[in-house]
Design a protein around this ligand. Structure first.
Ligand SMILES: [Zn+2]
Length: 617
């Protein structure tokens, strides 16, 4: 029903529909953490001011206790041992953890507005029944004391990763689950992915003074910790004890990550608009040179991405060696660091682009993993071309092959499948990264690349610091293009229907030529078609569909001859051109190859100049 009403709203002006009726919850965290590096445990006090901005009365709340996933028999453990293609980083490692190697968060006390609450721990979720409900428009204060233990590094977070980074602290604190227009998202931590409440974090970490820390937010007391955060000439006020207290503050984020190692080098670079980029990496000779070179690439990356996709909206970003590959967090990333320069820049580009598609445009990654991974793949492919191959045609990214391989594998599941519910890790990855990238790139084919790029900027500026869903994005593209695109969302998300168009027939009629096309597979698309004449002239034809209620007229200064609409119920479509068949050398459907046509062998015809018969396709 919600979708139907959005569709009706499309007849109103765009300004009238943007975020109509939208609301979101808010969380303000203050956490005091005392970290014991001897036994890898940390005791924490969390004060959370929670704003119920919803129109609903809340009778329960839920917190994520992610570290509990790293215990034998957890849902993550069982899932990893039963899925047909387990993540090699997890496999059966959780089942083998000793008590000292496991992760946990134990809740010692929990109060709301000073009154203690009943709660129950169910795996990675803390279920809290409220004795007084939280009314719409009201805020409450939760206070929790907890004890955490850092597991050995298995997936994303943990201690002593394979490159020897001491602490990769992601998903490490009791985190309020998000309640939004679709309800509660108290999803157990099985493998992927995340969704969080927008708000502010004050995180104070007391830890052995030998550790250098990096993380989300801005360090508030650089003179009291040093480690590369103070300015040259600052009068330092380092404490005498064995521990330093690190005070981080992050505003307008939905998560907080940090990492610590005794052997980090900490470098700083500046990019446009006052952005400070921190680099924290192990002081090891074999990676030093690449991490030095990474810094100039990172500055270029932020400057280009801000100009192309919308201004990066925070003052700091930290690129930190840690974790088990690459993982995005607000204002920071954890990446493994023992890589070739190309791989190091590549993973950095991907994770940094998540600052747009996850950090600021915080779609629910559990519901719509393709909205962060696919958009990031699309944007990352543009950035990589800018950095390494500026003359390349960037309209068709490399992710198309990943999607086409998925189709051929027979393992495809609808892209709308929730991240954790895909049958295989392969189908999840190829849908989220591959088909998700195609979703964006192929929109450029439908509406024109310049309209798409304008739409992406408008999407960012309209929806940053919120939780957009697929229809919020497509409504922006509809506004920019003047087309209706609900059919596109429906086919791409909810089905595994494929695209295949063919040139069926070319024949002479008097002095004209009739060209007949066929839709071979189910999913309908508008058609770009190029005709190359023997005199060297190239005509670009565009065939819109009735259900689009519009068409693209030009793209990158190329003018089209727009033909009559193709009604999708017709499998075939013919049109005539006012030149004889003998003048035609070649006809090709979608030479840009941005339409994800699963069989391109029937897209091209080359005509024999003497016999006027088709000689190849
Ligand atoms: Zn990603």
């Amino acid at each position: 029903m919600k979708f139907t009403s959005l569709f009706i709203l499309s007849f109103l002006s765009l300004s009238a529909i943007a975020q109509h009726g939208y609301w979101q919850q808010r969380a303000e965290y203050t956490m005091d953490i005392d970290f014991n590096a001897e036994n890898n445990q940390y005791s924490g006090n969390q004060e959370l001011t929670y704003f119920n901005n919803s129109p609903d009365t809340l009778v329960a709340v839920y917190f994520h206790l992610y570290p509990n996933a790293f215990q034998p028999g957890s849902m993550m453990d069982v899932r990893s041992r039963s899925i047909e293609d387990p993540d090699s980083r997890v496999g059966s490692r959780i089942a083998a953890l000793t008590p000292e190697e496991q992760g946990f968060i134990k809740v010692n006390s929990l109060e709301m507005n000073g009154n203690s609450l009943d709660y129950e721990v169910s795996g990675t979720i803390l279920e809290v029944m409220l004795d007084k409900p939280i009314l719409p428009g009201k805020k409450v204060k939760f206070e929790m004391d907890f004890l955490g233990q850092v597991p050995v590094q298995i997936r994303r977070s943990g201690r002593d990763n394979k490159e020897g980074v001491a602490y990769s602290m992601s998903q490490w604190y009791p985190k309020m689950a998000e309640y939004d227009r679709y309800g509660w998202h108290a999803d157990p931590y099985i493998s992927r992915e995340f969704h969080g409440v927008w708000g502010d974090f004050n995180v104070n970490i007391s830890i052995d003074s030998a550790y250098t820390l990096g993380g989300t937010g801005v360090l508030q007391n650089p003179k009291e910790v040093g480690h590369g955060y103070a300015q040259p000439g600052d009068k330092m006020k380092l404490p005498d004890g064995a521990k330093f207290l690190w005070k981080f503050k992050a505003e307008n984020v939905h998560d907080f990550v940090w990492a610590a190692d005794k052997n980090y080098i900490h470098d700083v670079a500046k990019a446009d608009n006052g952005l400070t980029i921190h680099f924290l990496y192990k002081d090891e000779p074999d990676i030093y040179e690449n991490w030095q070179k990474l810094q100039e690439y990172s500055v270029k990356l932020f400057n280009f991405a801000s100009a192309t996709f919308g201004q990066y909206p925070w003052s700091h970003y930290s690129i930190i060696q840690g974790g088990d590959g690459g993982m995005e967090y607000p204002m920071a990333t954890l990446i493994t660091g023992q890589r070739s320069l190309g791989s190091l820049v590549g993973v950095t580009v991907h994770e940094v682009m998540h600052s747009w598609y996850q950090g600021a445009l915080a779609t629910n990654e559990g519901y719509y993993p393709w909205m962060d991974e696919g958009f990031t793949e699309f944007a990352g492919s543009k950035v990589m071309s800018h950095l390494f191959n500026p003359d390349e045609d960037t309209r068709r990214g490399r992710f198309y092959d990943s999607y086409l391989n998925l189709v051929n594998s027979g393992k495809e599941e609808p892209m709308a499948t929730r991240g954790d519910y895909f049958k295989t890790n392969y189908a999840y990855g190829a849908a989220a990264y591959g088909k998700g990238g195609v979703f964006v790139g192929q929109l450029g084919y439908i509406v024109g690349d310049d309209v798409l790029m304008r739409s992406l900027k408008r999407y960012f500026n309209t929806w940053k610091f919120k939780h957009p869903d697929p229809y919020d994005f497509i409504r922006i593209v509809e506004g920019e293009s003047g087309m209706q695109l609900d059919w596109y969302i429906s086919y791409m998300l909810s089905t595994t229907e494929k695209i295949d168009y063919a040139i069926k027939r070319v024949e002479a009629r008097n002095n004209e030529t009739i060209i007949a096309l066929e839709r071979v597979e189910q999913m309908p698309m508008p058609i770009d078609l190029n005709i190359t004449y023997r005199d060297g002239y190239e005509e670009v034809i565009n065939i819109p569909m009735t259900i689009m209620r519009g068409e693209k007229n030009a793209e990158d200064d190329t003018k089209f001859t727009v033909k009559d609409d193709w009604q999708w119920t017709n499998k075939t479509y013919s049109f005539s051109i006012a030149r004889s068949i003998g003048e035609i050398e070649k006809i090709e459907i979608d030479p840009s190859q941005r339409m994800a046509d699963v069989d391109r062998s029937n897209n091209t015809l080359i005509l024999n100049p003497d016999t006027q018969t088709i000689i190849s396709n």
